[in-house]
Write a protein that binds this ligand. Structure first.
Ligand code: ATP
Ligand code: MG
Length: 258
């Protein structure tokens, strides 16, 4: 059975696509992994990975013009992706039930299916949440981003999804940002990872590769390794520090293994 993990936020630009790409890239070294671009109206997994022009994508599958297998590609970094390219015309005709169905048809295509989603609480963002079993919230250490994330948390809980926890991205930029404890208090969920603001993330975007591929030793990549370890389980967890071990138990419990 595939594990479906949806990467969501409230606010746009928090780092969902960056995190989805990096986590899927790290996980793909240990398990069969597939990254899906479920941000249908403003998709950019293919842009981040340097493939702006692709004939067959998730949109072709939705339009019955390709099979899922024909729309799955392997990036140079080893990461397998199901990208999306859409036109305004496509979006007008998009049927959300069909989208949910196609996303669920990926069952068995990988051990772990990571889904990048759109910002906010649009119908398509909710459809991606509905199609997944586990939710990972990406926020930034700013009040507006955390308050927007709070709405996504609420909607995910109302739909009955397991929220694994919060990842705070672009941390450590200035002394005015929210602390981890404050974020945990507002969202009433644990922060399971902190990704520092790291200029190498922007460099990797220019290089059209996951940062975990171009700069495996940089701080952001180390953090992604840690979070991927937490999500993957015991075997990949041995090197992680003590604080994360408590979190690891929490994550296991959330996933029903506690
Ligand atoms: N840890 C980081 N350090 C520095 N820059 C980052 C970091 N994470 C993401 N970025 C940069 O922030 C920008 C937005 O990131 P990204 O596209 O991943 O956000 P997003 O949440 O997917 O946005 P959208 O809501 O538009 O889909 C990109 O330029 C990316 O390179
Ligand atoms: Mg994005």
């Amino acid at each position: 059975m595939s594990r479906y993990i949806c990467i969501v936020s409230g606010k746009g630009g928090t780092g969902k696509t960056t995190s989805a790409i990096s986590l899927a890239h790290v996980m793909s070294k240990h398990r069969k992994t597939l990254l899906v671009d479920a941000n249908i109206s403003t998709p950019n997994v293919n842009i981040h990975l340097g493939a702006p022009l692709l004939k067959k994508t998730l949109m072709s599958v939705l339009k019955d013009e390709a099979s899922l297998k024909q729309a799955i590609y392997t990036h140079e970094s080893g990461l397998r992706i199901l990208p999306t390219i859409s036109t305004v015309h496509d979006l007008k005709k998009l049927k959300y039930d069909r989208l949910r169905e196609v996303l669920r048809d990926l069952e068995g295509e990988a051990d772990i299916i990571i889904m990048d989603s759109g910002a906010g609480l649009s119908k398509e963002a909710i459809t991606a949440i509905e199609a997944c079993d586990e939710i990972l919230i990406i926020t930034n250490p700013e009040l507006n981003a955390v308050l927007d994330a709070q709405k996504t948390v609420q909607v995910s809980q109302e739909i009955g999804k397991t929220i694994i926890g919060i990842v705070v991205n672009k941390a450590g930029r200035d002394k005015h940002e929210l602390g981890i404890n404050e974020i945990e208090k507002i969202l009433d969920l644990p922060v399971i990872g902190v990704i520092p603001y790291d200029k190498n993330v922007r460099k990797s975007l220019r290089l059209k590769h996951p940062v975990t591929h171009t700069h495996p030793k940089t701080k952001a990549s180390k953090s992604y390794e840690e979070i991927a370890g937490l999500l993957l389980g015991k075997k990949y967890f041995e090197s992680i520090n003590k604080k994360s071990r408590t979190l690891y138990n929490y994550v296991l419990e959330k996933l029903g293994f506690g």
